[in-house]
Design a binder for this molecule. Structure first.
Ligand code: GLY
Length: 319
């Protein structure tokens, strides 16, 4: 039996400035359409997730792939994860450098190794083995990312000690987070999710947030549904945000209520903010964010839905 496919995408939950607003909305629309085209020709949810995430990794407006933010040393360290809800296989990379599409490397971990997560030098060595496309740091870093880093580091040096000048503690109130993420349901009823990020500006080198951690940065299980998360990684990891939502859906909650319930819990329990996109295994979507803005888009039955500000929900035909 062939099901109606659906894909839902986010471009990160944070205080998106007006200068990036249109680009963020356009970017999630393009990514959702790219993934939906893959689903419509009968290809898998995993393929659609990879294609949609690659589209956002290649778009400099997002903090993933090209456009990733800089760590305290002025370097780029990226994290990505993908999961196949039909067999619960997953693959992830963390602290990986100079890789154009970390999501494809995460997929290679899932499909070509016995592991679920490979980090740092080992991940870059694995990238060489599988022939991942490499980019020099200056081609991954945008002017916006460099400026944000310079401003943050200047501010830090006036208020912190010598050690924390170099490795400042993260301050999730003042920093942007704009991880990208996708959940897809294919015509065979299989669900997959992917999440990819450059993390947070001026993070301590070696810091890994929630994104590549299964149950935090996302989850996918054909028995229930799929989730991709964004926002303050340390908060998301503490409450296992994706897993929390999945459990709520397992108990019969619809995706929208589960999203709102879990993010409200995170706000109260650990004072963390973020956003999520969710699908249940019947193909119903949910999305919610507790930050100022989150660019999101979903497509089903050839209708594209999208928004950026709280309460927004625009729709149009994709053909
Ligand atoms: N949610 C992305 C990060 O904190 O790294």
């Amino acid at each position: 039996m062939s099901l109606e496919p659906i894909i839902i995408v986010h471009g990160g939950a944070w205080a998106i400035p007006d200068s990036l607003a249109d680009g963020s909305v356009r970017g999630v629309q393009v990514a959702a359409k790219a993934g939906y085209d893959v689903l419509r020709i009968g290809r898998s949810a995993v393929d659609a997730v990879e294609v949609a995430i690659m589209s956002m990794e290649d778009d400099p407006v997002f903090d993933a792939g090209v456009g990733s933010v800089l760590n305290a040393d002025g370097e780029v360290e990226m994290d990505a994860v993908i999961m196949n809800g039909s067999n619960l296989k997953s693959g992830a990379v963390a602290c990986v450098q100079n890789i154009k599409n970390p999501i494809s490397l995460a997929r290679a971990v899932m499909e070509k190794t016995d592991h679920t997560l490979i980090v740092g030098k080992g991940a870059n060595r694995f990238a060489q083995e599988v022939g991942a496309v490499v980019l020099p740091t200056d081609q991954l870093v945008t002017k916006t990312a460099r400026k944000e880093w310079e401003e943050l580091m200047k501010f830090r040096t006036t208020v912190t000690t010598l050690f924390s000048q170099r490795y400042p503690p993260t301050d999730h109130v003042n920093q942007g987070h704009d991880t990208v993420g996708v959940v897809a349901l294919d015509t065979q009823g299989n669900i997959a999710f992917g999440t990819s990020t450059g993390g947070i500006t001026a993070k301590r080198p070696g810091r890994v947030g929630d994104s590549p951690i299964i149950g935090a940065g996302g989850y996918a299980d054909n028995m229930t549904g799929g989730v991709s998360t964004t926002g303050h990684g340390e908060s998301i990891a503490k409450v296992c945000l994706a897993s929390h939502i999945n459990h709520l859906m397992e108990r019969g909650m619809d995706p929208q209520t589960a999203s709102e319930t879990a993010l409200s819990f995170m706000a109260v329990r650990v004072q963390g903010s973020g956003g999520v996109v969710v699908l249940n295994n019947c193909g119903n979507p949910g999305k919610y964010f507790t930050t100022e803005r989150m660019a999101w888009a979903w497509i089903k039955d050839d209708i594209l839905h999208y928004g950026l500000n709280p309460g927004e929900d625009f729709s149009e035909n994709v053909h």
